[in-house]
Design a protein around this ligand. Sequence first.
Ligand SMILES: [Zn+2]
Ligand SMILES: [Zn+2]
Ligand SMILES: [Zn+2]
Length: 168
Amino acid sequence: MADTNDNTGQPKAATRQAETLFRAYMKAEGMRCTTERIAVLREVYGSGTHLDADEIYRRMKDRGIAISRATVYHTLDLLFRVHLVAKIDLGHKHTHYEQSHGVANHLHVVCEQCGLVVEIASAELGALLERLCCEQGFQLGSFSLQVFGRCIDGAAGKTCRRRRKAEK
Ligand SMILES: [Zn+2]
Ligand SMILES: [Zn+2]
Ligand SMILES: [Zn+2]
């Protein structure tokens, strides 16, 4: 996951580039480039985590941004279509979203018991997927994969948080 702000508090280059791409897309589509839409992009890129649409909406509300739930959902959809956010399935009933511009393809390992999500970027995995796609006559694009498992208590100094409230 990329940090979104540099040490001056300014948006990181990836966030600025994503904004430029998003503005260009909206202009090309004849859409109004509203500050609300840009704010949704910044919220996703600024969070550095995997939020669902309602969490994004609530965070924006808490920040005092006047935006409707429908606009948040619609904007996330647009951002997905232009490959600026990825949709991920963490085994909840809803979709989670994350930044996809300026981050390496990665794998999410999700604990079924406590909801812990660990990201793994692996060149080896990338090479394997590239080969598998190639064998089927495809060129590998971006990917975002989920693997479900269970934390092993004590492994890597981590304790499964299953007794704590799991992520919704
Ligand atoms: Zn991720
Ligand atoms: Zn766990
Ligand atoms: Zn969730």
